[in-house]
Write a protein that binds this ligand. Structure first.
Ligand code: AMP
Ligand code: GLY
Length: 440
């Protein structure tokens, strides 16, 4: 298989590693010199903007690729899949129309409402700042405030958590419109209380096949404090559930995702590719926080290293619709922690040298995936975003966490930090207790 991969973060390194294991020839386009991806690719091109559809298509033609895997969301919105498909490249990723499930939060909520899909929540969208402010003034409950379009996972602010009082909320709404954040329109959502989990699935336009559940940690600092980030780290359990999510909760989440895939097919924009469901498990079951048109990052690094089924064959299944009954994953737990530049999420300190001893990390029972780093003359330097992820893999979360921490000792550099509490017993226990309390 000759496959084009787009993207240069830890998620894409994990995907490229899984494709490489399946014997695929990889032709990679990235914005950064990610040594993990570059080392596995047959050919690569570094471009300044991965939304440059023409440059990616040119590279695809040059290397006569048959398939494409696209990691990040913004090239989907830019129409990369539509352009590649026109060239005869089969994409395991959604068209721009199908990617609206992520690129427009209003589209996602309205689709769920039109089809009466459970797990939707109350929402109101506005394309006018004054009407939005008036709505906020009229609300007697706290809400989540979100730009409607893409913001790289950093645009959501919750009243009572990130925003105190009406004035701060209205100021944020005005900022969204003034600075055109996420396309410059806003959606308010009912504020959910519960515990979050990620259910990712593979979809072929009609059917879905599940991946193990994962829990991400969005907040920059320990104990879930600080600004929201793209995700600081994540864990999964050996039984593919989570310690606070029962099999029936997972079944409800999967039923919601299947109905979304059905609804998209019925509306003429069938969804192909990995789909990411982020859910809040509430006292009344799982509710949709957001749907993404791709793998999660870091979540991809929890599931792809333990995938037993050949990833190349899953890609073929998604694009041809020749149904795969099951995609197999090993019964192992994983804990992934990202090393990030100090100040990540606000004002990152960048350009610092990083030393990674890959072999020593593997000897700890962990894997390493490179993200927003640059390799220059054999040395590695940090960028603005997440740098390197270490994933511990073991029969229990506790052991996987210990392996991850041991592995992290072999990542050295200045001005870097890690959320140590991810996968630790006390944090997981707090989530179990919170769910018990909500459901009592
Ligand atoms: P998102 O970028 O949509 O994933 O949102 C970032 C974070 O904001 C999520 O991980 C949740 O913690 C929180 N969040 C988003 N929507 C809601 C909501 N409706 N109620 C409560 N928290 C939310
Ligand atoms: N981990 C969150 C995301 O990929 O959006």
């Amino acid at each position: 298989m000759r496959i084009l991969t787009v993207g240069g973060s830890g998620r894409e390194h994990a995907a490229v590693a899984a494709l490489h294991r399946s014997g695929a020839d990889i032709y990679a386009v990235t914005r950064n010199a990610n040594p993990g991806i570059l080392g596995l690719a047959k050919e690569y091109r570094i471009i300044s903007d991965d939304n440059d559809v023409d440059a990616v298509c040119e590279f695809a033609i040059e290397h006569d690729v048959e398939y494409a895997f696209i990691g990040p969301e913004s090239p989907l919105e830019a129409g990369l899949v539509d352009a590649l498909e026109n060239l005869g490249v089969s994409c395991a990723a959604p068209s721009a129309a199908a990617a609206r499930i992520e690129t427009s939060k209003t589209f996602m909520r309205e689709l769920m409402a039109r089809h009466g899909i459970e797990g939707n929540i109350e929402f109101a969208s506005f394309s006018d700042a004054e009407a939005a402010a008036a709505y906020l003034r009229s609300m007697d409950r706290e809400v989540a405030i979100k730009p409607v379009g893409l913001t790289g996972g950093k645009g959501v602010k919750i009243q009572g958590e990130h925003l105190n009082g009406l004035d701060e909320s209205i100021a944020y709404v005005r900022e969204i419109f003034r600075d055109n954040i996420g396309g410059g329109s806003v959606i308010f959502e009912e504020k959910l209380v519960g515990e979050e989990f990620t259910q990712m699935v593979f979809a072929d336009g009609k059917r879905i096949v599940p991946m193990p559940l994962v829990q991400d940690h969005k907040r920059a600092f320990e104990d879930d404090t600080g600004p929201n980030t793209g995700g600081m780290g994540s864990y999964s359990d050996a039984d593919h559930l989570l310690p606070f999510v029962a099999a029936e909760d997972r079944a409800s989440a999967l039923a919601i995702l299947q109905k979304i895939v059905d609804a998209m097919a019925a509306e003429g924009c069938p969804y192909r590719g990995p789909m990411y469901g982020q859910f809040m498990l509430t006292a009344t079951g799982p509710k949709v926080i957001e749907i993404n048109a791709r793998f999660g990052d870091p979540e991809a690094m929890n599931v792809l290293p333990i995938m037993e089924t050949d990833f190349a064959s899953v890609i073929k299944w998604m694009v041809t619709g020749k149904y795969k009954e099951e995609v197999k994953f090993k019964n192992l737990a994983t804990v992934c922690k990202y090393v990030v530049p100090e100040g990540y999420g606000v004002e990152p300190i960048t350009g610092k040298q990083l030393c990674v001893d890959e072999e020593a990390i593997r000897e700890c029972g962990a894997e390493v995936f490179y993200a927003n780093v640059e390799s220059k003359e054999g040395e590695l330097y940090t960028g603005k975003s997440r740098s390197v992820a270490v994933v511990g893999i073991a029969p229990t979360i506790e052991e996987a966490e210990a392996r991850c921490e041991n592995g992290l000792k072999h990542v050295k550099g200045e001005s870097i930090c890690v959320r140590k509490d991810i996968g630790k017993k006390h944090l997981i226990q707090r989530r179990i207790d919170h769910m018990k309390h909500l459901r009592s």
